[in-house]
Design a protein around this ligand. Structure first.
Ligand SMILES: Cc1ncc(COP(=O)(O)O)c(C=O)c1O
Length: 472
């Protein structure tokens, strides 16, 4: 009985929180009294009281003496953003990545509140449309769906992707694309095509750990370049690094980087491409978050701005459709195309034909664009909600990024906190976070962590943040 009641007040709390999120009640507005609320929602007065108490606990409302319940102002004092990074200035092998798999495995447990991996909760994904499209395409192409779809991959899918890439300014022929098992494979193929073991690769710092793992697995060395959380990789610092070290490739996530969330301006993107072109260094552009900006205008890709430059463009549908599809692609440019196709073939023969057909069907249906519009709003709200909660709960001196797209935030903690240790202890208490050191080849950023905001928001998440803040 108690549990049923618990569920009900929480559901009501969520419903009211949703009205606040949608702006039906705005900061400073008075909410209905408990009696009115209980009549409106047809629940007992005690359930209405419990729902308000829940909303108060999670920080949406505040009680004012003898006056009732009010929607809280959003924190007026925005937390400052972290400053530009200052990583080690020489190339180094990647260390410390074994920790990531351990964390990810543990975080697969449904009992754990998942704030660590950059994996959106299914509620953000077009699961029903995907299911329909995959089923329909399996029916339509029964035999084809089950055979090898050798590289470069399904022509219909490459056509749909080529159409979509025009939004990023890239005018591509479908023949210039190779379908891959997600963006991670696209990055691996790109690096294999342009480097050999022992080569130096320039990267943003901090950068997402998947890239560090690819660099590690290919026996390459990482050269971390200072990166500004608002503007991206420092082109000046990269220039100095290139003059000093034999850089063979540069990998960036220019649109809504992971973990910092910045979007590089077109001027900076052009300067970056120009610098690399001058030195004959290929740019590997990871645009996996490019469609996930919070404003209506889709940012350009470097490849769109400078179509003739040596750019290997990589992306996937992992953040916008579903990570488990493992469908991504690479546009490596004419000079690397044949090599990339061959490498894809000898690595794993093909990407699942059935899933390529399903993704192509969803793209063709037109429902994907509608879904993307909604997803951008949902991610933006999720980031605001998480940032507000961090502002409320975390100690003074905390700094946090203000991403303009995607769904992760980077938190810099005051003092000598060790987030490696914190992550282990938090996991014991059912909370997963991504500790700062895994975003660096040399395990820097000990006082930082990344939080994924695209989680199912309920009081478990608020409690998880409270737990973290108590541990801090
Ligand atoms: C910047 C970036 N690139 C690539 C990937 C990997 O994408 P996929 O799951 O499509 O392999 C991720 C996943 O977190 C990412 O954040």
């Amino acid at each position: 009985m108690l549990q049923a009641e618990g569920h009900l007040y929480e559901q009501l709390g969520q419903e009211l929180a949703d009205r606040i999120e949608r702006g039906i009640y705005r900061p400073g507005d008075r909410l209905p009294g408990v009696r009115v609320l209980s009549r409106q929602l047809d629940v007992s007065v005690s359930t209405a009281v419990a729902a308000y108490r829940w909303l108060e606990d999670v920080g949406y409302v505040e009680a004012r003496q003898r006056s009732g319940m009010y929607v809280r102002q959003r924190p007026t004092e925005l937390l400052p953003q972290p400053g530009p990074s200052a990583p080690r200035s020489s190339p180094t092998p990647v260390t410390g990545q074994d920790m990531v798999l351990r964390l990810l495995k543990a975080a697969n447990d449904p009992q754990v509140v998942q704030l660590g991996a950059a994996v959106p909760d299914p509620e953000y994904l077009p699961t029903a449309s995907l299911e329909r499209c995959i089923t329909r395409s399996l029916r339509k192409h029964r035999l084809r769906a089950l055979s090898y779809e050798f590289p470069p991959g399904l022509p219909e899918l490459r056509r749909q992707i080529a159409r979509r890439m025009t939004e990023a300014g890239c005018v591509m022929n479908p023949d210039e694309l190779v379908i891959t098992n997600g963006c991670q494979e696209a990055l691996t193929l790109a690096l294999r095509a342009v480097t050999k073991p022992g080569d130096v690769v320039a990267i943003e710092s901090p950068t997402f750990y998947g890239l560090l793992q690819v660099i590690d697995s290919l026996g390459l060395e990482a050269l971390e370049i200072p990166t500004d959380p608002q503007q991206g990789i420092s082109v000046d610092a990269l220039k100095l690094a290139i003059e000093r070290w034999p850089v063979k490739a540069c990998v960036v996530v220019p649109n809504f980087s992971n973990p910092l969330g910045f979007c590089m301006g077109d001027g900076r993107k052009r300067a970056l491409v120009e610098l690399l072109s001058e030195h004959g260094i290929p740019l590997i552009e990871d645009d996996v978050y490019g469609d996930l900006g919070f404003s209506k205008v889709r940012p350009s890709a470097c490849k769109g701005l400078e179509p003739r430059a040596d750019i290997l463009y990589c992306a996937s549908f992992s953040k916008t459709m579903a990570p488990g599809l493992r469908v991504g692609w690479i546009a490596p440019g004419r000079r690397h195309l044949e090599r990339v196709e061959y490498l894809k073939y000898v690595t794993n023969l093909a990407t699942s034909g059935a899933l390529q057909l399903g993704v192509a069907e969803l793209l063709e249906s037109g429902r994907y664009e509608r879904h993307l519009r909604q997803m951008r709003v949902d991610y933006s709200r999720a980031v605001t909600r998480m940032t507000d909660a961090v502002t409320r709960h975390f100690p003074p001196g905390t700094r946090v990024t203000r991403p303009s797209g995607g769904f992760v935030i980077w938190v810099e903690l005051p003092g000598s906190v060790d987030t490696f240790e914190l992550a282990g202890r938090a996991l014991e208490r059912g909370v997963s976070i991504a500790p700062g050191p895994v975003f660096s080849a040399t395990q820097k950023y000990r006082n930082c962590m990344r939080l994924s905001c695209a989680c199912h928001w309920d009081n478990r998440v608020e409690r998880a943040l409270l737990t973290l803040s108590q541990m801090l």
